[in-house]
Design a binder for this molecule. Structure first.
Ligand SMILES: *Cc1c(COP(=O)(O)O)cnc(C)c1O
Length: 348
């Protein structure tokens, strides 16, 4: 008998999106990666760092990347922490705020990894559902749990909550409100101002989607310095390696390349949505780099399978709330044109 902690023995591990070994032979639209390469300036910064200096430890404070982030978002660097993927900082927020048996909440459906991280900590998961018009169902007048994770834009559905709602939510929560803005770069609004106005609001970002750097594992959080100081106590001291720090600083600096990629993805998203609607799909208007689409007949699994046979990889969730549709990441205009053509053949 291996003497595991009971919560670890009993939990199911998180299952990440499928990463096929021969990814290049698919149109890969299943994990919301960016179809465009990282900025040339980012690749040059990584190459410049990949030398004899790697024998030295990196800067434990990720100072240059934090300064770039602070400049870009309008915060002193003391309000910024860099993370080895935003998943790292989500984990450390739970470790900082929710003790064993204490409560962590999130909306279902959203990013179920919050639940996995909460179970590892030995804290308790509470989920809130959604009404038909995407309001949070059953929210108490005061929420007394330690943390509330709000994915905005929602993943996998793509809708957004208004900033006035998020402000009122922060005011109803005794604990911390973490606004997971993994996809906010593709949306019209974000909650950075709420970090200034509400001391219990934390915003998290990732470089995996909008900055084309899923392979580098980079994220960040913005919060009051007292929160950042606590997170700094918890994280691995060298959480970002030298290549990641160089990539992060260069990516945040090169806003021109970034903006052009985001603009193209938003444009392609709107065109793809219109074409699916024309084919009789139901499509939730999306503020992310993906759409949640329900085919005529509502059999998401069959559509997933038919696309997979034709080497187009999308995401199907078996959850009863999601199995009627599929989540399709937005690729290049060419990839999405091919996808529409293939879907038209499938539904014909
Ligand atoms: C992709 C994603 C993350 C994880 O981002 P990483 O920086 O790759 O760890 C976190 N939250 C949501 C909602 C995501 O979709």
């Amino acid at each position: 008998m291996i003497p595991l902690r009971q919560n670890i023995a009993e939990m199911a591990g998180y299952v990440p999106g499928f990463q096929p070994a021969d990814a290049a032979s698919y149109i890969k639209l299943n994990t919301n990666e960016n179809p465009y390469p990282p900025a040339p300036s980012v690749l040059a910064a990584i190459a410049a760092e990949a030398g004899e200096g790697l024998r030295r430890y990196p800067d434990a404070a990720s100072r240059l990347a934090r300064e770039e982030a602070g400049r870009l978002y309008g915060f002193d660097p003391s309000w910024v922490i860099m993370a080895n993927g935003s998943d790292e900082v989500l984990n450390n927020l739970i470790r900082a705020f929710a003790g064993e048996g204490e409560e962590v909440a999130y909306v279902h459906p959203s990013y179920s990894y919050y639940g996995t991280l909460t179970n590892i900590q030995g804290a308790r998961v509470r989920t809130f559902g959604l009404t038909d018009d995407f309001q949070i169902a059953g929210l108490p007048e005061r929420y007394q749990g330690k943390l509330f994770f709000l994915t905005n834009p929602n993943a996998p559905l793509g809708f957004t909550y208004s900033q006035s709602f998020i402000a009122s939510l922060a005011e109803r929560i005794d604990g911390m409100l973490v606004v997971d803005e993994a996809y906010a770069d593709f949306a019209d609004e974000n909650s950075l101002e709420l970090v200034k106005s509400h001391e219990n609001v934390v915003v998290t970002r990732t470089f995996s989607k909008s900055y084309s750097l899923a392979g580098m594992r980079l994220g960040l959080a913005i919060a009051r310095p007292q929160v950042i100081d606590a997170l700094n106590k918890i994280r691995d001291h060298y959480n970002l390696d030298r290549l990641a720090q160089a990539a992060a600083a260069a990516a945040l600096k090169d806003q021109e390349y970034f903006r052009s990629c985001v603009a193209r993805i938003r444009e392609t998203r709107e065109r793809f949505t219109a074409e699916l609607l024309r084919l009789g799909f139901q499509v939730i208007p999306s503020s992310g780099n993906y759409v949640f689409a329900t085919p005529p007949g509502g059999d998401g699994a069959a559509l997933y399978e038919a696309l997979y046979q034709r080497r187009i990889l999308v995401r199907h969730f078996t959850d009863p709330l999601l199995r009627h549709g599929v989540r399709i990441s937005i690729g290049t205009a060419e990839e999405m044109a091919k996808t529409v053509e293939t879907i038209a053949q499938i539904v014909a």
